[in-house]
Design a protein around this ligand. Structure first.
Ligand code: HDE
Length: 709
């Protein structure tokens, strides 16, 4: 079995379950051929429908039961298949085959998600993104169920239902959908200071990614790696996208949700269909066991990250997503991730959030998928064989043979038999524990301000401005002043300038102290006193890795470029730009006054990708306007084209125009800023490419902020 597993093993397994309907007759579930699926059986042409109609009943019954409960969190998701390759063995740390065997291509299935919204909610909600990876390894399935931010809101699983209830729509009115900007969330956050670190990340542009392919992933918890000598190291897992980490602005996000609520899902699907496969490198931060207590924070506290400057991220492999699912429900909806799925060489730590997750995921799958046999659903089946004495239950798909279903037995020769560690059996890491049974929180978890402050200090000015705007927007949507005041007081503990800007935006003063101390507000007994947040520490001035200003700006692959053109556009202009952009991997789309096709100045037909009425500028990364008198005059008659340019200018994206195309620019808000470095007038295509690769020209914002779109 061992050497037979390849990157396509899971695909081959899934093919056994796929159904191709081509050239097939329509049948009932019993295989009966059907000659009418449009009309029910009636007593006479205008008579009542007969109970006898088993065709009607089968069709309707199936339909009535099509839905399963959506996930309580992470309901909205999109997924893809791919594989993971290891660059170099890390056998000194882990004996896991996936971390030691560089010849393997391990199949993976990855699901990205938002957290708070329902299954049909828009993709660009301000939210954390789930980043769940199922590795179908030769030693069994390993699930790395992470997020796109390196920390979490709470320190103990016990608080998870409270956190989720506070952010979900308010229970009396089921408002708002997929949004954190409401009273209950801020009531909870302002009373639960451990949330502040993840919260400030959620206020940053990380919460509104440009693409699922342009965000990082993190395992968050500290895990353990175990080598073949049984030695342990602590580890944090990181996914780094090869395209860099990029986001949209909040104003764009709001518009994208209206223009294309499936923006991220479509982008992932289209990139894979076009053969532009999303890639992430896997990195590990390794901490020797001896260093467990070396840091100013506790490695078991999931609200803390280890700055990369303190422990570098070692890149060890790459994941490539190269295939879309065949069926959304069967794969993306039915996939079940469990942090408890690990393989020899990887183990847990006592992080109290992780420990709770080890219970929750199997439990939730039972009600979501309806049976403990959910591991038999094709997408959830490991690529290795499974044998045990667990039996029966709803939807048993296998036919276990033999007289025995217990261990030990002699009637079946002791089978299925146990394995030794040397034969690959899992063995829990033997951690020495000498402790009291106690319901409390460790003092070492009590610093709630140092890391949000480190994050904020590490950002570029434009990132800081976006955070201030996000706090102002979110708190501005709350109705209760005491909640806003409590939040302002807490933000001031993170950074006084930030609090000042938010307070001006809200028109509310930062309180000198809060009326009711947080420990009283939570109705706590004396014991909670000692868990009040400690003083802010500065153990690192800045961490460059936390700022998106320091990400990669090398490629324009998969960037969407809108060409604004009508009949009579200059073919020469267009071709030279298009060829260069496409050579660099960008996607060039003609946006014309109508669908179908338009003619260039050489009278040749060009297929239109979208009529201007059906699309919006916020769906694109840059704009190009070729010359051609007739084309440009047509564009000038339609205000939507000017809106395209004004918005693209406002959101600091690259614009290129050639020849008469400049006239359109002259009529826009960009007309006075022709020396802006991301505005190209008769420039080389190579310069335009460089500006697109930079993602945005944030220097522009001092004047583009005034554009009223
Ligand atoms: Fe989850 N989480 N979670 N979570 N989580 C679920 O499991 C839970 C947490 C994450 O694409 C649920 O199958 C608890 C942290 C992702 O299918 C549920 C706690 C992180 C996904 C659940 C956490 C995550 C989930 C809902 C606190 C990042 C989507 C449906 C102890 C490391 C997986 C499901 C997918 C889904 C529980 C906290 C990531 C209810 C109790 C921290 C990516 O079991």
């Amino acid at each position: 079995m061992k050497n037979k597993i390849t990157d396509t093993s899971k695909q081959k397994d899934l093919e056994n379950y796929q159904k191709d309907m081509t050239d097939k007759a329509l049948t009932t579930n019993q295989g009966l051929k059907v000659n009418d699926t449009n009309n029910s059986l009636k007593s006479g042409e205008r008579g009542s429908t007969l109970l006898e109609d088993f065709l009607l009943r089968e069709k309707i019954t199936n339909f009535d039961h099509e839905r399963i409960p959506e996930r309580i969190v992470h309901a909205r998701g999109s997924a893809a298949h791919g594989y993971f390759e290891l660059y170099e063995s890390i056998e000194e740390y882990s004996k896991a085959g996936i971390f030691t065997d560089t010849s393997r291509k391990t199949p993976v299935f990855v699901r990205f998600s938002t957290v708070a919204g329902s299954k049909g909610s828009p993709d660009l909600a301000r939210d954390v993104r789930g980043f769940a990876v199922k590795f179908y390894t030769q030693e069994g399935t390993w699930d790395l169920v992470g997020n796109n931010m390196p920390i979490f809101f709470i320190q103990d699983a016990m608080k998870f239902p409270d956190l989720v209830h506070s952010v979900k729509p308010e229970p009396n009115k089921e408002i708002p959908q997929a949004a954190s900007a409401h009273d209950t969330f801020y009531d909870f956050v302002s009373l639960t200071t451990e949330t502040l670190h993840n919260h400030i990340w959620a206020m940053s542009d990380r919460a509104i990614p440009r693409s699922l392919r342009m965000m990082e992933g993190f395992g968050i918890h500290t895990f353990r790696l175990i080598n073949d000598k049984g030695e342990a190291h602590f580890v944090k897992f990181h996914w780094k996208p090869t395209l860099g980490v990029h986001s949209v602005t909040w104003e764009e996000a709001v518009k994208i949700n209206g223009a294309d609520a499936d923006f991220h899902r479509r982008d992932l699907w289209d990139a894979i269909e076009a053969g532009q496969y999303p890639e992430w490198e896997l990195g590990v931060q390794i901490v020797p066991e001896a260093d467990e207590h070396k840091y100013d924070f506790d490695l078991l506290d999931p609200t803390k990250l280890i700055p990369e400057e303190m422990v570098p991220v070692k890149i060890i492999g790459k994941m490539t997503l190269n295939k879309n699912p065949e069926n959304f429900f069967a794969e993306t909806e039915q996939v079940a991730f469990l942090p408890g799925h690990i393989v020899p060489g990887i183990d847990f730590t006592n992080d109290p959030l992780l420990q709770g997750r080890l219970f929750s995921y199997r439990d939730t799958q039972l009600s979501r998928l309806g049976s403990p046999n959910f591991h038999q659903i094709p997408i959830n089946r490991p690529v290795v064989d499974t044998h045990n004495n667990q039996r029966d239950a709803h939807m048993q798909m296998e036919i276990p043979k033999g007289q025995t279903a217990y261990f030990p037995n002699s009637l079946s020769g002791g089978c299925p038999h146990l394995s030794k560690m040397a034969e690959g059996a899992f063995h829990s890491y033997e951690e020495r524990i000498d402790a009291r049974k106690i319901r409390t929180r460790s003092e070492s978890f009590s610093d709630h301000f140092s890391q949000p402050a480190l994050f904020y200090r590490s950002l570029a000015d434009w990132e800081k401005e976006h955070i201030a705007a996000a706090y102002t927007f979110e708190l501005g949507k709350c109705n209760h002043d005491h909640i806003k005041q409590r939040m302002l007081w807490l933000i001031a503990q993170i950074d006084s300038d930030l609090a000042k800007t938010v307070s001006e935006g809200l028109g509310i003063k930062i309180p000198k102290k809060i009326e009711q101390p947080i420990n009283q507000a939570i109705g706590a007994d004396a014991d909670v006193e000692k868990h009040q947040p400690g003083k802010k520490k500065i153990y690192l001035e800045k961490s460059a890795a936390l700022s998106m200003a320091n990400t990669k700006f090398e490629s324009i692959a998969t960037r969407q470029i809108a060409v604004l053109a009508a009949d009579g556009f200059s073919m020469k202009n267009y071709k030279s730009i298009k060829d260069k952009l496409e050579k660099e991997g960008a996607v060039v789309k003609i946006i014309a006054p109508h669908g179908g096709s338009i003619k260039c100045d050489q009278n040749m037909d060009y297929k239109v990708d979208a009529a201007i009425a059906t699309t919006e500028s916020v769906l694109f990364d840059a704009i190009y306007i070729p010359g051609g008198e007739k084309s440009v005059n047509t564009l000038l008659k339609n205000g939507k084209y000017l809106k395209f340019i004004n918005e693209t200018f406002k959101y600091c994206k690259a614009i290129a125009v050639d020849d008469e195309g400049e006239k359109v620019l002259d009529n826009s808000f960009a007309s006075n800023y022709k020396d802006d470095k991301a505005i190209h007038i008769n420039d080389s295509a190579a310069d335009f490419v460089k500006s697109i690769a930079k993602h945005r020209n944030w220097d522009r914002r001092s004047y583009s902020d005034m554009v009223p779109v």
